[in-house]
Structures are given as C-alpha cells and as structure tokens.
Design a protein around this ligand. Structure first.
Ligand SMILES: Nc1ncnc2c1ncn2[C@@H]1O[C@H](COP(=O)(O)OP(=O)(O)O)[C@@H](O)[C@H]1O
Ligand SMILES: [Mg+2]
Length: 306
C-alpha cells in the first residue's frame, strides 16, 4: 500500500535548483535509499518531506491523512547532523523529546525506557550524552526519531559520519528497525543502499536518474561484460593500446584493468567470437578472458557521472 506519493517536487534556492521536479511513491513496509553524490539534493528533498522547508512547487501526499493535515506525527526524523544537549543524559534527552511530541510525562518515561532497550544503549541511559561514542549518539538519535511511533522513519545519512564500528552498530540496528517500520534514508554510499534497501532512488543534480526496486534495477540494467587480460610483453601491450584508440563497434564502453581491459558489450557471443579472432590474428598473448555482467556499482557510476 502506498504511504507517500511525491509529484513534481522542486526546490530552488536563489541561484541553485537543488531539487528539480522529482516524483516517487514509497510503499508501506519498504526500506528506500535515496542515493546520490554530495550536492545531489538529498538533504533538500528530505527537508521538504519532513516539512522543515517549503517546496518551491510540487506535491507531497501522505495517504490516510487529509490534505493540509499535520504530517509531523507520521514522521520520525534523524537529521544529517543531529544536535543533542550534551549535558543531558540519554534518558533525559528522550523524555524531553517525547514531551515535545506531546506524550504525557508517564508515557514519555515508559517509551524512553523501551526505546533505550530497543536501540541497545540502556546501560548508558544515565550517562551524559557528552561521553557517548558516535554510534551511541546515532542510536540515541534513532530512539528520538521513534519516540512517537511514526509510520515513516526518515534518516539523512545515518552512517556517513561514523567510524567502521559505529557504522556497523547502526546498520545492524537499521536492519532490525526496517522490519517494523517504513524507512527512507539517504546515503552517498552505494554499498549501504545495497545492504539494507528494497528500493532505491538514485539522485543526480536535483533529479532522480534511476528509481525502482533494487532487484528490478539490477536485472533491467544488466549488461554483459568481457574482461580481457593479456601478458605484459611489448607487442601485446602495444596492440591493446592501439586497439582501444578505435575500438570495434561491439564495444559499448570500456575501462582499463591492470593488465587488460573491461568491455561492456551488447551481444556477448558476437563480441567473444570477434575478440578471439582478433587476438589470434594479431598474435596477442591472452592470459584470461572472463564473461560477467555489469553491477549496480556500474549503473550508479553511470547514473551519477553521465
Ligand atoms: N539553504 C540553501 N541555500 C542555498 N543553496 C543550498 C541550500 N541548501 C542546499 N543548497 C544547495 O543545493 C544543492 C543540493 O544540496 P543538498 O540537498 O544538501 O545535497 P545532498 O544532501 O545530496 O548533499 C547543493 O548545490 C547545495 O549547495
Ligand atoms: Mg545531505
């Protein structure tokens, strides 16, 4: 079931069009990655979804609430750079956040205890936040975002600023949270998206370059690849250099490998036949010819650079 539909969402700052007419639907229970390099418009898109800034134009519709109704009660949000009162304890901070969301004092206390357990920092609940590690602060931030039982959890780069241990802690927590709630999180790291998400929206320069379920995107954009490696004798190296100056028509794109080349092709059988014939003809010493497929990484690089 659709939880949120976005149409033609646009945000212009004076001279920059940060988000340029994006549209997508988030379905209930899905984990969606908003993926793109720095400056792509992820934070701006998220700030519009959360209601922190007003769109220049476009629609954001949460299903199940009337147009114009306050959507903040549906959303739990962890910003890219969360701010905490470092002099508070983790528990005090959560109770404070709960009260701000309109929970009664008693509810705020009960819910804080539950969430401190849930995110795995109950043993540090009575310590000041100033002494927390990056991963602990981020987990406290997640508890804060969940305090009012939102339907949609929106997280802006939740693991980008963490060291590898903190990153692992938070990824594990997200893996379990996504079973309970719909999640939208932004990241500039493809690997994070692949590890956690069902759906991905790849943004580039304010637009969505590619969107859909990771599985569909993988299979739709899959292209065959030939990886060729040759011996590093003078003759073979020169041949490859020359060959790449005017590659044959069956090569769509290529990239250098150490000691060879990786060719993206249309028709793998024709490409293999032709390439082998050329290698024999020119007496090139091949050491390896491998057939594979483009990865999501190839697609991501293509989507964000072309
Ligand atoms: N408040 C602002 N005023 C002017 N330009 C902004 C503002 N916020 C973001 N931008 C610009 O909008 C573009 C997208 O930024 P942002 O949404 O932060 O991207 P991301 O989160 O993907 O790194 C960038 O070029 C950025 O400089
Ligand atoms: Mg950002």
């Amino acid at each position: 079931m659709a939880l949120l539909t976005v149409k033609g969402l646009t945000k212009s700052f004076e001279s920059t069009q940060a988000v340029n007419s994006i549209g997508f639907t988030i379905h209930e229970g899905r984990c969606v990655a908003l993926l793109g390099p720095n400056g792509a418009g992820k934070t701006t898109a998220i700030r519009m979804l959360t209601g922190l800034i007003a769109p220049t134009s476009g629609d954001i519709e949460f299903h199940g609430i009337g147009p114009g109704a306050d959507r903040r009660s549906l959303i739990g949000f962890l910003p890219q750079v969360p701010a905490f009162y470092n002099w508070m304890t983790g528990r005090e901070f959560l109770i404070y956040a709960g009260r701000l969301c309109g929970l009664s004092a008693k509810e705020a206390q009960t819910r804080s205890s539950e969430l401190l357990e849930r995110v795995g920092i109950a043993s540090a609940a009575k310590r000041r936040i100033a002494g927390y590690s990056g991963g602990m602060k981020q987990r406290l931030g997640l508890a804060q975002a969940l305090i009012h039982r939102p339907k949609l959890l929106i997280l802006d780069e939740p693991v980008s600023a963490l060291d590898p241990i903190g990153r692992r802690e938070v990824m594990e927590l997200l893996r379990s949270l996504k079973l309970e709630t719909t999640v939208l999180f932004s990241t500039h790291v493809l690997h994070d998206a692949e590890e956690l998400c069902d759906d991905v929206l790849i943004m580039r320069a304010g637009r969505i370059a590619v969107g859909g379920s990771i599985q569909d995107i993988r299979s739709e954009h899959r292209q065959p690849i030939l990886s060729l490696e040759i011996e590093q004798d003078e003759h073979s190296r020169k041949w490859l250099q020359n060959w790449l100056k005017t590659p044959p028509a069956y090569v769509k794109t290529y990239s250098a490998l150490s000691g060879g080349v990786r060719l993206v092709v249309d028709d793998v059988n024709a490409a293999r036949r032709n390439l082998l014939a050329e290698l024999v003809e020119s007496d090139v010493r091949m050491t390896k010819l491998e057939i594979g497929h483009t990865t999501l990484e190839d697609l991501f690089m293509k989507a964000v650079t072309e």
